[in-house]
Design a protein around this ligand. Structure first.
Ligand SMILES: NC(=O)c1ccc[n+]([C@@H]2O[C@H](COP(=O)([O-])OP(=O)(O)OC[C@H]3O[C@@H](n4cnc5c(N)ncnc54)[C@H](OP(=O)(O)O)[C@@H]3O)[C@@H](O)[C@H]2O)c1
Length: 232
């Protein structure tokens, strides 16, 4: 499943990124901005959002990237709302934006429950009562809004280095084929990135576990490697 051959999006298509001031969200903003999306960087602070948007616009001058509060970003006319915040703040962030979310929108949750959330190491996965961070996101978002998980194995450093080709897969999980299609269309426009459907949302438990595994591999090899599923 790849959409690398699709034409650039028109700027009418918007993507909101909650926590877009951070490592993953900012790198994603650069890539999606370059792919032709109108990107709304969300933050708890409008000033931080605007500063990140200015920085991103300088890095990708052709892109349309603006900053807003997380609530404003979630409520904007974006089909896709990416959640790129630490595990400890995932539920609070989703609850804060829930009133602004509308039917037809899809939340793409990138959260990984890593050890530092409980004083552990980034190479450790934390158990989540609901099964996975993605399932926890599902419980924090209104039922009329879709939830898909993805981006877990894509490093922020790779996304931010625009001279580097992404050249890897991202596994997405979700219970609605239509919601996964929305994610596929958006992420598939990032050059070199292939989106692979990994099944239902409950499968995210296994995909999220790949992140601490990769972090360990990357520490040992001093790199930012991702994953590639072969033979598809
Ligand atoms: N970094 C990666 O390479 C990578 C790769 C795959 C998946 N992920 C996952 O993606 C998520 C984001 O990772 P990241 O490295 O980008 O995180 P980060 O840079 O530490 O944080 C992202 C943003 O979240 C907001 N935030 C931080 N602490 C918060 C809190 N206590 N309450 C509410 N908001 C808070 C901040 O935005 P404001 O202060 O502007 O609100 C921050 O800029 C994590 O769940 C991570 O496991 C990361």
């Amino acid at each position: 499943m790849t959409r690398n051959d699709t034409p650039p999006a028109t700027t009418a298509e918007a993507v909101a990124i909650l926590g877009g001031t951070g490592n993953l969200g900012y790198g994603l903003a650069l890539r999606l901005g370059r792919a032709g999306y109108s990107v709304l960087i969300g933050s708890r602070s409008e000033d931080r959002a605007r500063e990140a948007a200015d920085r991103a616009s300088t890095a990708v001058p052709e892109a349309h990237i603006t900053g807003a509060s997380n609530e404003e970003a979630a409520g904007a006319a974006a089909r896709l709302v990416v959640v790129a915040v630490p595990f400890v703040s995932q539920v609070a962030t989703l609850r804060s934006v829930s009133p602004a979310l509308r039917e037809g929108q899809v939340v793409l949750d990138a959260t990984v429950p890593l050890g530092p959330a409980v004083g552990g190491r980034p190479t450790q996965l934390v158990g989540v009562w609901s099964g996975s961070a993605a399932q926890q996101a599902r419980s924090a978002v209104p039922e009329h809004v879709g939830v898909v998980s993805g981006l877990h194995t894509l490093s922020a450093a790779t996304l931010e280095d625009l001279d580097e080709t992404v050249d890897q897969d991202t596994l997405i999980c979700g219970d609605s084929a239509a919601d996964k299609q929305v994610v596929q269309e958006v992420l598939g426009r990032i050059e070199g990135l292939r989106v692979v459907d990994a099944g239902r949302l409950e499968m995210s438990r296994m995909v999220e576990g790949l992140t601490p595994l990769l972090i360990g591999i990357n520490i040992r090899n001093k790199t930012h490697a991702g994953i590639r599923v072969v033979g598809l």
